[in-house]
Design a protein around this ligand. Structure first.
Ligand code: ASP
Length: 326
């Protein structure tokens, strides 16, 4: 009698277990590849950013996304996808990186960029560069072709030139829009960095971020973007993160690494960790901004405590979205 009871209990538990598995088939499917990107976060409202402008931004986000997707689909690596996607956004004057970089208080462009690979924690970055057309590519060269992690100013430019990267006259970075933005020091112009995080077919993660920094910043000010662990981080054990926002807060709260650490040491899921850092810790500190992230299983987080964040993602499973406001 007792034996029968135990047997039926075991059977009932097995049925429950199997049916719960079959009810959630989606959760067990890991996408082959995932790409998430951002074009900066800010407090612009619907009136500051009219319908036409929104459409224009969405078109550019879609084109950037397609570049990365095609690379990943055809078996390219996370590094290739991050570089080419960010290159496209750096060349587009709409975003605050490369061509569209904002101006410092004294009317110059000083750009920062960084890259990190989750497979072996290699990283590279450049800061305060004013003549490298594509700062993310310079950051990658620092990672692959030097023994350093972070190069600044003239030294970074000289290194980039030796590496064969395109050096441009500083006038290349002039756009009327950014110049007027400096003159008005519009609040909503403050953030606009670009970033991209990827999980590739080989299970590797990478994160890249590139920015002109914050409008009206002091010259030689360094933000979170080139600081590994603050504005950018990747680790195959956890996730890849790219941040945008008020850099000083992201440095002080080591935002990108904090999200990874909460997953690694506290066992939080990616979305729990991202929410805790961006929506609680940063909000409590009045630190404005957001992050995009992908974890080793292809889960994603696009979290921001501002009105809007230009953002897009695509998974090999067909899931896709491009958005600006909440
Ligand atoms: N985080 C960047 C910085 O502080 C700016 C931004 O993301 O808009 O330099």
């Amino acid at each position: 009698m007792k034996g029968n009871l135990i047997l039926s209990f075991v059977f009932a538990s097995m049925v429950l277990f199997l049916s719960s598995c079959s009810n959630n088939p989606k959760e067990t499917i890991k996408p082959e590849y995932v790409i998430v990107l951002h074009g900066g976060a800010g407090n612009a409202g619907h009136t500051d950013l009219g319908e036409d402008k929104q459409k224009e931004y969405k078109e550019k986000l879609a084109e950037a996304l397609a570049i990365g997707e095609n690379i990943l689909k055809s078996g390219g690596t996370c590094l290739e996808a991050v570089e080419k996607t960010i290159n496209y956004m750096e060349d587009c004057p709409l975003f605050n990186a490369g061509k569209g970089s904002v101006f410092t208080r004294d009317g110059h462009n000083e750009m920062d960029a960084s890259i990190m690979l989750g497979s072996d924690l290699r990283a590279g970055a450049v800061t305060c560069v004013g003549d490298i057309k594509n700062p993310i590519s310079a950051a990658i060269k620092v990672m692959t072709n030097s023994e350093h992690v972070l190069l600044s100013g003239k030294g970074a430019s000289e290194f980039a030139k030796i590496q064969g990267l395109e050096i441009v006259d500083s006038s290349y970075f002039y756009t009327d829009e950014r110049w007027n933005g400096l003159q008005k020091a519009i609040e909503s112009e403050k953030h606009g960095t670009v970033g991209c995080v990827v999980l590739d077919k080989y299970g590797n993660l990478a994160a890249g971020t590139s920015t002109g920094g914050m409008t009206n910043k002091r010259y030689n000010r360094i933000g979170d973007t080139p600081i590994i662990g603050a504005g950018n981080y990747a680790n195959n054990n956890t996730c890849a993160v790219s941040a945008t926002g008020h850099g000083e807060f992201f440095i002080r709260y080591t935002v990108a690494h904090d999200i990874s650490a909460l997953m690694e040491y506290k066992g939080l899921s990616l979305i729990e960790a991202a929410n805790l850092v961006v929506m609680k810790k940063l909000v409590d500190a009045n630190g404005e901004g957001g992050i995009i992230a992908v974890d080793k299983d292809g889960n994603i987080a696009l979290v921001f405590n501002t009105n809007m964040m230009f953002r897009a993602y695509s998974k090999s499973t067909g899931e896709k979205d491009i958005a600006i406001f909440r």
